[in-house]
Design a protein around this ligand. Structure first.
Ligand SMILES: *Cc1c(COP(=O)(O)O)cnc(C)c1O
Length: 388
């Protein structure tokens, strides 16, 4: 018997060659700037460790995470290169950057001393990236205060000013005026920081949209996330860049039955058949990341064709109409996101149906769904984020 675990047919297949190609595209577009692969939220649902590995092999030199724990997972998996925590460090976790060698965003002067104390206690220097709020209105110091706070970091014995950063609020917008304004504010603040601190910390501002649409935002380092997973920050309108979607969310039909006209289907009887209908049951539901709001409006691919979702999506099952398909059988593949034959359902298409963005569709694919990794044509499995 094989040692391979026997896993459910509902899976997310991740194409690491696509991640690598998207990283290479990012690196090509930015030239001399370094690429930080943003792998927060378990790499937007794709699995942080294998994605980080693929991104670094393809030329990224930094990893970006949202919270310290995500950085700890990467360190424990053996990554030794720079990892930046993009969000503020919670006050009860200030030991983690020093303990794990994580570079830490500092977005308020009050965060300096706790990080310094943790660094001192471990005899380590914590690398800080000063975050400036140039228009996002979320975290970060006001531009006029940046120089003073940078100086303060410079005089703090267990801190080092490693970077100065900002975040763009609408770099994907067709109207570029506000992004240009943000970049101007950032440049002014950066100059003041350089003068006041006498150092040249890494300057970084660009998310995927900044990277793709604003060459002036490239600076020393870029922080792409969504584009590495093959989705455009502009959604499905994007035609200019050949991004390769990395994720395919699939399952297999568990049961097929034929019901007469007038048959109610699923919870609440929100769908009643209007003709003799062949219904396929899929063993996947909203607990796996098939949004309940796709009830009666979503579609899946079977036999390379679209099969509409009938009735409410359940926690663990979804019904689809296969009446016009040929002889669908239990075990036949059904694709929720990705390609099948010549057909494709993108995360962007689903996002548009749900009134959200691809990011949310991808990171909602649940922990119950095994992630299977393909590289160089072969497949290897990593369930639940564990290393092989
Ligand atoms: C999430 C995040 C990114 C990546 O954004 P994308 O739009 O996915 O490219 C970059 N920088 C910061 C600070 C972030 O939080």
């Amino acid at each position: 018997m094989s040692n391979e675990p026997i896993i459910r047919p509902t899976r997310a297949e991740i194409d690491l060659a696509a991640i690598a190609a998207n990283v290479q595209l990012a690196a090509k577009l930015v030239g001399a700037a370094q690429v930080m692969a943003v792998v927060k939220a378990d790499a937007y649902g794709h699995g942080a460790v294998p994605v980080a590995q693929a991104a670094l092999s393809a030329g990224a030199t930094w990893l970006g995470v949202a919270i310290p724990e995500e950085g700890v997972i990467l360190r424990e998996a053996g990554f030794t290169g720079p990892i930046l925590v993009l969000g503020p460090c919670p006050s009860d976790q200030t030991d983690l950057p020093a303990a794990y060698g994580l570079e830490q965003c500092v977005s308020d002067a009050s965060q300096i001393e706790p990080l310094n104390a943790a660094g001192r206690a471990r005899a380590k220097t914590v690398a800080a990236h000063l975050k400036i709020d140039t228009g996002m209105g979320r975290v970060g110091v006001p531009p006029p205060e940046a120089a003073l706070i940078a100086e303060k970091i410079g005089h703090t014995p267990s801190l080092r000013l490693s970077g100065i950063m900002t975040h763009l609020t609408e770099a994907e917008a067709v109207d570029t005026a506000f992004t240009v304004e943000q970049l101007t504010r950032f440049e002014v603040a950066t100059k003041a920081v350089r003068e006041a601190s006498g150092t040249r910390p890494l300057r970084h501002a660009a998310n995927s949209a900044g990277l793709l649409y604003h060459p002036a935002a490239h600076l020393d380092l870029v922080r792409p996330g969504i584009m590495l997973y093959g989705c455009s920050p502009r959604g499905s309108q994007e035609q200019r860049f050949q991004l390769r979607p990395a994720l395919r969310f699939r399952t297999a039909v568990s049961q097929v039955k034929t019901v007469p006209a007038g048959t109610p289907l699923s919870y609440g009887r929100t769908y009643v058949t209007t003709r003799r209908t062949v219904v396929a049951t899929l063993p996947v539901g909203y607990a796996d990341g098939v949004w309940r709001s796709l009830s009666n409006i979503g579609e899946v691919l079977i036999q390379g064709r679209r099969a509409p979702i009938l009735g409410r999506v359940c926690m663990d099952m979804t019904l689809v109409d296969v009446t016009t398909l040929e002889n669908v059988q239990p075990g036949d593949e059904a694709v929720l996101i990705g390609r099948q034959g010549d057909a494709e359902i993108t995360a962007d298409e689903i996002a548009a149906q749900l009134g959200t963005i691809s990011y949310e569709v991808l990171c909602r694919i649940g922990p119950r769904v095994p992630r299977i990794y393909h590289q160089h044509g072969g497949a290897r499995e990593l369930c639940g984020g564990k290393l092989p």
